[in-house]
Design a protein around this ligand. Structure first.
Ligand SMILES: Cc1ncc(COP(=O)(O)O)c(C=O)c1O
Length: 399
């Protein structure tokens, strides 16, 4: 029998947290697990700009005929402009292409397939810790993942020197997955100076940056957050960038994202792009239309774009506000608890520097659900639940 020799894969830890949250009947329960933005009422609402674009599409879209493996050309152009700009040196030299993919995950997958086509022996350097799918996709393609030090979860410390040291040991042609902003799961990002130094090191060593850019707008702003993507595509001759519209358009289930390929020359670029699109064709033929059509309409319509930027600003500012308030309350309730770093970090995620036992106490006794390794989604905090959450955490420090 073919289908009889498999061992169970085990539950996805993120989905497990959601399941436990749903099953919990305590009215005080708080979900700081799943990685989606939540508003002040705790809802993951559809953005107004998205609703308006959807209405426009329902009324005006004239066909549902096939697109192409590259997806929606307008979306591809607008996303590329937003990420690296039309004045970027690699764009001017005609050696950049952006192709729509099913979410940022699709972008990571297609990008790594392309790497494998170019060199199946390339190592894929992945930050420790990271979004677990980086390792899963790398392994599923038969490529070799290599961890580089990035963040000390228990100490709450960004390990920049360790990162440089580990990447100094990479071999020429190896690929380095970098979080473009809002590192998932630590919230710790490189400064501009550190990005510059890293780019120099990677150039010297002949390493290829693969920027995973899933949170544009959630760090410091749409333009500000693209610093690393622009820099890597400028300082290094070759690069890949996977981007996502899941978070910044709140279109998680519509699966809109992109893979951007930067080649070293215009001559090589069309051949490279043809292989990347070959990977698309052999996987899912072409990406789904809806989410990308919505994003393209928003980005291409000045009024709607302005409204969308306001909505992104609002999401970012709300998370920042919760970070600041969390630190203020913890400083008041448990002055030595040491959570000051939370206010400095970016995006939705941070680790709580707590022991495994303390984490279990929060989950089992206080019904606050988050990852067993301490990763919390700060967007799950609201004005309504933050006193409850900080009281519960503070109780762990009172002996
Ligand atoms: C670092 C990182 N990359 C990629 C993705 C994929 O996003 P998408 O839902 O668009 O596939 C995520 C989503 O959580 C992420 O955190």
């Amino acid at each position: 029998m073919l289908f009889s020799g498999l061992a169970p894969m085990g539950d996805d830890p993120i989905l497990m947290v959601s399941k436990m949250f749903r099953a919990c009947e305590n009215p005080n329960k708080v979900d700081l697990g799943v990685g989606v933005y939540k508003d002040a009422e705790g809802n993951t609402a559809i953005l107004n700009s998205v609703k308006k674009a959807e209405k426009y599409l329902v009324e005006n879209q004239a066909t549902k005929t096939y697109l192409s493996p590259a997806g929606n050309p307008e979306f591809n152009q607008l996303v590329q402009d937003m990420m690296i700009g039309d004045d970027h040196v690699a764009v001017k030299e005609n050696r950049v292409s952006t192709f729509q993919t099913p979410g940022g995950t699709g972008g990571v997958r297609i990008g790594l397939e392309f790497v494998k086509t170019c060199n199946p022996n390339a190592n894929i350097w992945i930050s420790d810790p990271t979004w677990p799918n980086h390792t899963a996709i790398t392994k599923s393609l038969g490529l070799t993942p290599k961890p580089y030090r990035y963040y000390d979860i228990k100490g709450g410390e960004f390990l920049y020197e360790g990162m440089l040291e580990d990447l100094s040991g990479a071999k020429e042609g190896d690929v380095v997955i970098l979080h473009g902003c809002c590192h998932n799961a630590s919230g710790a990002d490189l400064s501009k100076e550190q990005w510059n130094e890293l780019a120099d090191l990677m150039k010297e060593k002949g390493l290829i940056p693969f920027v995973d850019f899933a949170y544009q707008g959630f760090g410091n702003g749409i333009d500000e957050d693209s610093y690393a993507a622009r820099l890597m595509a400028e300082k290094l001759p070759e690069a890949l960038i996977a981007s996502s519209c899941s978070k910044n358009f709140a279109m998680y289930r519509d699966r809109a994202g992109a893979i951007t390929l930067v080649s070293s020359s215009e001559e090589l670029h069309s051949t490279n792009a043809s292989h990347l699109l070959g990977a698309v064709r052999a996987n899912y033929s072409m990406p789904p239309d809806h989410g990308a059509a919505v994003a393209a309409h928003i980005l291409g319509t000045p009024d709607l774009k302005a409204e969308w930027i306001n909505e992104v600003d609002e999401m970012r500012n709300r998370v920042k506000k919760m970070r600041t308030l969390f630190v203020e309350l913890m400083n008041k309730k448990a002055p030595n608890s040491g959570f000051g770093y939370i206010a400095e970090q970016n995006g939705m995620f941070s680790y709580l520097t707590l022991s495994a036992e303390q984490i279990q106490t929060l989950i089992n006794d206080h019904y606050i659900f988050f990852m067993a390794n301490g990763r919390v989604n700060m967007a799950g905090l609201t004005e309504d639940n933050i006193e409850y959450v900080t009281d519960a955490i503070a109780s762990l420090f009172i002996s």
